[in-house]
Structure formats: C-alpha cells, structure tokens
Design a protein around this ligand. Structure first.
Ligand SMILES: *Cc1c(COP(=O)(O)O)cnc(C)c1O
Length: 369
C-alpha cells in the first residue's frame, strides 16, 4: 500500500479552460472623478438618468419584508403580465437575472468548440465574452462606417457550423436601429436551424421610422429569440431583470441553462409594477430620446460625425483619440465610456451633457484646428 501523497509536485496552479485565454473580461463603465466645485456625472453605463416611478419603489418596499423564502422560480405574475401585453403565450417567455444571464444562457444552449457565432462589431462587449467562454469560433463582423450592421457581410459569414447570430438594435455603442425590412431580408438568408438573437435592450428609445420591433418577428420566425431588459428604459438596472421571447422549444432549452431562483421577489414585483406603468415608461423614454437628439445635433453642429443615435447614448467614433477625449471628460468630472474605437456618452442630466459639449468643442479646436 502506498501512503497518500501529500507533497505538491508538478504544476501549482489549477488548469482552467483554454478558451479563457481568447477574450478579455467585461470592463464596466467607470465612476466619475470627484473634482472640487463640479457636480460629477456618470455617463458611462447607459443607465437611466431618471429614478424608477414612485409606484415601483412602493412595490419594492412592500416586497422587502421577508427574504427568508425563495422567490417564485417561474416568475408567473411577471410572465403573465408580459404575455398579455406582448400578445405571446407565457410559454414563450423566460425571466432572467438581467439580459446578461440570458445572453450567457443563449450561448450555453447553442455553442461549443465545434460551432461558430456571428455578431456585429463594435457592439455589446458581452458578445465576445460569452461566445468566447463557450469556446465557439467568433466572427465579429465590422459595422459599416455609419455604425449600422453590415447584414450582407453577416449573411455571407454563415457556414454550416454557425449556430448563433446576434443582432443588436439599437446597436450599443454605435447607435443605429435595424430596420424591419432589412432584418426580414436578412432572416430569409439564415438557415432555420441557426438561432438569431435580437438584443433589444434599448428598443424603447428608438424613434426612427421603420425600426424593427422584435415581437412582430417572433411569430413568423421560429429561430428568432428576443433579448430584453428592465435595466434601461425601466430604470431598474440595479435589480437585474431581463427576459426572452421565443418559441417554446428555445425557451425549454433556456430553462435548462438559467440559474434557479435568480430573480428576487423584490425584483419581480418592481418589474411587474413598472410594466403596469408602461405608458409612463414610454413617455420618459421618449423624453430621453429627445434630449439625445438635441445632444447629437449639437455635436454635429460642432462638426462631429455622429452616427444615427437610437438608444439612450451617443457614439463618437474617435479611434486613436478616444483615450484623450475620455481624459478630457474625466478632468471635468464626467465619466464617459472609452471603448477603444470611440467614446460612448450616455444620455443623462443636461448639465453633464453640456459639459461634454464644451469638452467636445475645445477638443475639436485642439485636435482638428
Ligand atoms: C445593458 C445591455 C444589456 C444587459 O443588461 P442587463 O442589465 O443585464 O439586463 C444587454 N444588451 C445590451 C446591448 C446592453 O447594452
């Protein structure tokens, strides 16, 4: 008999999956720097600048009494309300801890080392992370110069190993929304066994004529799944509630991947109450959209090339000058998001946006004469 080997020879670090080497971790938007005499503004995470509606806060308080119990795993009340409002069946819905968990689950149910995933770039930073983690080959298709998806190039990138395609409308960070007609034309070129996720995190802010409305697509296309969230227009980012709309077969798959009891009772109650006030949420989203349009207009008046902005953010394609622009904003106590190819500015209070406009004007003089 040999005695148990208690010595530690050989490699001293646990071996992790090699796919971890292929993508960077998610980097959240920074907090603003404190500067004496200047109100700080965080315009770096596309959060809603308005608080949730008062009735939503009341619902949270009412559901804050006993956290000893697990929440309703099925989120039945919330799914029922969503189903009624969206004209789908409750079996076509799954509620998740933010759209983020849903995106992870979508790659879990479609992707591994033998498959390929296609998404636009620049787009949401989680796409390379989740598809990379699954080990799948990543095809990041550059957006066009105007910030729109290059759907022809995305269709041309499909192979018999493609299992997941992600579309983002309005696209974070570049801004434009996809049009209904171009998405339908694209879907007609996608084989039926390829899952197409339409990420609609910002759909409530889109005001462009003909912008795609995912709910209209799900009925006609069994391979489409919508990714939605209460984080942005509903101003509930801190509560982590998202949901998918898809055919039952896709939802059944997702249910095997999501974390049980992920969405707390308080979060479910808040999302439900906010949904019941969808009209007010929509009015507020359109107010933010109006501020966005003014802000984008003011930037264009300064001479900036700003792509059509349809979310609650505006994109400045600054390339190599992105860090310099970010630093200039930091010096004015405003946090913006530097994504390497450009800088994304979330629509927040006017005072913060005015300060960015002043930075942008000085920046043009300094760098472009
Ligand atoms: C913010 C965002 C999400 C996810 O938000 P959650 O807070 O996890 O619901 C998903 N997609 C895009 C494009 C986003 O910008």
């Amino acid at each position: 008999m040999t005695s148990p080997d208690t010595s530690c020879e050989g490699p001293t670090t646990p071996q992790l999956r090699s796919s971890l080497e292929t993508f960077p971790p998610y980097v959240p938007g920074k907090a603003p720097k404190r500067i004496e005499g200047l109100t700080p503004f965080k315009l770096s995470s596309n959060e809603n600048s308005l608080e949730p509606l008062p009735a939503v806060i009341d619902a949270m308080i009412a559901h804050a009494k006993n956290p000893a119990f697990y929440p309703d795993d099925a989120a039945l009340a919330l799914r029922t309300e969503l189903a009624d409002r969206l004209g789908v069946s409750i079996d076509q819905l799954v509620v998740t801890t933010g759209a983020s968990e849903l995106l992870v689950a979508l790659t879990q149910i479609t992707s591994d080392a033998t498959t390929e995933a296609i998404y636009p770039w620049p787009s949401f930073e989680m796409y390379p992370q989740i598809t990379g983690l699954a080990g799948s080959k990543r095809i990041a298709v550059p957006v066009r110069e105007d910030g729109r998806h290059d759907l022809d190039a995305m269709a041309a990138a499909i192979t018999d190993r493609t299992r997941l395609i992600i579309l983002c409308s309005p696209n974070n960070p570049t801004g434009p929304a996809l049009r209904d007609d171009e998405v339908r034309q694209f879907l007609s070129q996608v084989p039926g066994d390829v899952l197409v996720a339409l990420d609609e995190a910002y759909w409530e802010f889109a005001t462009a004529e003909g912008a795609v409305r995912g709910v209209d697509l799900v009925a006609d296309h069994p391979n489409v799944v919508l990714v939605r969230t209460f984080s942005k227009a509903h101003a509930l980012a801190g509560l982590r509630v998202g949901y998918a709309i898809a055919r039952e077969t896709v939802i059944s798959g997702l249910l095997k991947s999501v974390i049980p009891f992920g969405v707390t009772d308080m979060s479910q109650a808040a999302a439900l109450e906010s949904l019941r006030h969808s009209d007010e949420v929509d009015v507020r989203a359109k107010e933010i959209a109006a501020v966005r349009d003014d802000f984008a207009h003011a930037l264009r008046d300064q001479g900036w090339d700003v792509p059509d902005a349809q979310g609650n953010f505006v994109w400045l394609p600054l390339g190599d000058l992105s860090s310099a622009f970010e630093d200039a904003c930091v010096d004015q106590a405003v946090a913006v998001r530097n994504l390497g190819d450009g800088v994304r500015i979330s629509i927040g209070e006017r005072e913060g946006l005015d300060r960015v406009l002043a930075v942008a004007a000085a920046f043009r003089t300094e760098h472009f004469g």
